[in-house]
Design a protein around this ligand. Structure first.
Ligand code: ZN
Length: 310
């Protein structure tokens, strides 16, 4: 592979269709390839190594480069990071790849009923495919599932993919609330220190908003969350999570609820707001000072964000 130094350094695409120029740094190359999109190859070491990349690495790197290019974030290949760049594209799950393909079609379609055009030879890297046969297999599978239709694609003809109504529903799902309407799971520390926060703050706020609070007073065992809690989070329309006390279980339960598409209202006693984990400290927390303060603000927040009333 890489038979000519003017060919694409990743996929060996013929130099006539490849643009290669100095990337701004004295030893960097900015390369535009039909298959790999735009990427940078930086350093003499990386350039020398590029002639020895094994085929699988090239295939995966080509996907990495193309997808970076499509999302306007071209990858920079150095002598030290090529494997890290390639690895995530080597063993992608087929179902994830197909979801990505549906989104790629949606992105390219000008109107919902119009076809998106793909080049058979160079566009299979918009998802993690190593060649055009693999891409064709994904397209065929999605067509059999009724998610898209195919036209063209023979010889040099572009492949035209059109999403069906079912395909669009997959790409643009309705916001999923799920759970029992009005049921609110409360995730918080169980300690005397915050008893009043629940009894005089969270509980009356939820009830006043016309909802039902669910709180399961169970101890954490080896940091495992009991099944009953998971089931009740599933059954709930939304969650109130209070991070006072910094319990790991509360972070876990809030993450689980978010993964299910449930809204989470974040709360924390004001004196502990600086101790929140950095993953969540950007959330708009209710930084409460007293149970009464918590009750008022939580009630307002539920009405504004969950019930959608002013
Ligand atoms: Zn290429």
């Amino acid at each position: 592979m890489a038979t000519d130094p003017n060919n694409c350094a990743i996929c060996d695409w013929a130099a006539s269709d490849v643009i290669m120029r100095n990337g701004g740094t004295f030893d960097g190359l900015l390369i535009d390839c039909p298959r790999c999109g735009r990427y940078e190859l930086v350093g003499v070491g990386a350039m020398a190594l590029s002639f020895q990349w094994p085929t699988e690495m090239r295939n995966a790197l080509s996907c990495a480069a193309r997808q970076g290019s499509e999302s306007q974030q071209p990858i920079r290949i150095l002598a030290t990071n090529m494997e890290d760049l390639a690895r995530p594209h080597m063993n992608s799950r087929a179902v994830d790849n197909q979801e990505r393909l549906l989104r790629a079609v949606a992105k390219r379609a000008i109107r919902p009923h119009r076809a998106a055009e793909f080049s058979v030879k160079s566009d299979f890297t918009v998802i993690d495919c190593y060649d055009q046969d693999e891409f064709a297999w994904h397209c065929e599978s999605l067509e059999k599932e009724g998610l898209l239709t195919r036209k063209g694609g023979g010889g040099a003809t572009p492949l035209y993919l059109t999403l069906t109504a079912l395909g669009w529903k997959r790409v643009q799902p309705f916001p999923q609330t799920g759970g029992i309407l009005g049921q609110c799971f409360v995730a918080m520390w169980f300690a005397d220190e915050v008893r009043a926060a629940y009894d005089e703050g969270i509980k009356p706020a939820i009830i006043k908003a016309g909802c039902t609070p669910i709180r399961i007073d169970q101890k954490e065992h080896n940091n495992e969350i009991p099944d009953e809690i998971m089931a009740e989070i599933r059954n709930s329309q939304f969650m109130v999570a209070d991070f006072t006390g910094q319990r790991l279980g509360v972070y876990y339960e809030a993450g689980f609820a978010m993964g299910l598409g449930r809204k989470v209202i974040w709360c924390c006693r004001k004196d502990q707001i600086d101790r929140l984990h950095f993953d969540t400290n950007h959330k708009n927390h209710i930084a409460w000072q007293s149970p009464e303060d918590l009750q008022n603000r939580l009630y307002t927040r539920i009405r504004a964000t969950i019930l959608d009333t002013k």
